[in-house]
Write a protein that binds this ligand. Structure first.
Ligand code: 13P
Ligand code: SF4
Length: 303
């Protein structure tokens, strides 16, 4: 506890010295969330990276999130305290594959989930996150949409759109593991609870859910909804904020095993070291960043 407090104080002092802001995703470990200036979902963190007034952004999340921050804030220094924190789903589609898809479907728009590399974003027309995927697809004038890389999010969007959605076969190794049997078992254990899940879940899990939201959407729904008990179908790190921000509500994980190991690679020591050494630094080659930014900016303009 003493060591934890010491690190906390050292990080606060360094933050001031470096004119730094700490952004953390909702899946980060509790102590990292507690030291952050903002904890949020991918969309909230992207907006913050674009608008915050500071010299340095310490991104506590995975690589594509830090890359997005670097693309949106080319003048700021973006640090990723755990440089090996990646998103396996983001590696499931390459820029070359997107170019081949474009050749095959020349009339289709390409929507890239923000969980992609900067190179893939650069080949896409527009990005989306789990919070705005339906709105982004509906904002396009094309009737055919290539959606990469998450097939589950693509199929979720297709429920609300008349457009022809062509899903790529990528998936999140954490969310794709939830099963209808998990939902049935959790409902049996907590019969009064609402089941709220992330749209990266499989369609057969979504069919059984009462609500589908981004990570921050899940928190908002649990905090402000009428219900008292919730079964949460996403990564377990979200329970930290739910515990802090939803007093009087009971939130149970759909599975205790829903852990994204990459999101757990950041700890307070690494945050402190990153601020001391001003590395590991995330940069994106200028030409890739320029094209990727067009796709991200188009997403941020969707109301
Ligand atoms: P959110 O944008 O909903 O926070 O999701 C990010 C993510 O990686 C989900 O697995
Ligand atoms: Fe990627 Fe899934 Fe981890 Fe989110 S939970 S960062 S989609 S592997």
């Amino acid at each position: 506890m003493e060591e934890y407090r010491g690190l906390h104080e050292r990080i606060s002092a360094l933050k001031e010295e470096r004119d730094a802001v700490i952004l953390a995703h909702n899946y980060q470990i509790g102590p990292v969330q507690d030291v952050a200036d903002l904890v949020g979902d991918s969309l909230e963190l992207s907006r913050a990276a674009a608008s915050m007034d500071c010299e340095v952004i310490v991104f506590c999340g995975v690589d594509f999130m830090a890359e997005t921050a670097a693309i949106l804030s080319p003048k700021k220094m973006v640090l990723l305290p755990a440089p090996d924190a990646c998103c396996p789903m983001a590696e499931m589609v390459t820029a070359g594959e997107v170019r081949l898809l474009r050749e095959r479907y020349p009339d289709a728009a390409v929507v890239a989930y923000v969980n992609t590399t900067a190179e893939v974003k650069a080949e896409s027309d527009i990005c989306c996150t789990s919070a705005n995927a339906v709105k982004v697809v509906e904002s396009l004038h094309e009737d055919q949409v290539i959606f990469v890389p998450d097939r589950n999010l693509a199929l979720y969007v297709a429920r609300f759109s008349k457009k022809e959605i062509l899903p790529w076969e990528g998936y999140c190794i954490v969310h794709d593991r939830f099963t209808p049997a998990d939902v049935r078992a959790a409902r049996e254990k907590h019969p009064e609870a609402e089941v709220i899940v992330h749209p990266e879940c499989r369609p057969e899990v979504i069919d059984l859910a009462d609500g589908v939201f981004s990570t921050s959407g899940i928190i908002r729904h649990a905090c402000t909804g009428e219900g008292k008990e919730f079964i949460i179908g996403t990564e377990v790190g979200i329970l930290h904020r739910l515990g802090q921000e939803c007093p009087g509500k009971w939130c149970y994980p759909l599975s205790e095993m829903a852990v994204c190991v990459n999101m757990k690679k950041t700890d307070l020591q690494k945050v402190c070291t990153a601020l001391e050494r001003l590395e590991p630094r995330i940069t994106v080659p200028e030409e890739v960043a320029r094209r990727a930014r067009t796709a991200i900016d188009r997403m941020l303009a969707v109301k």
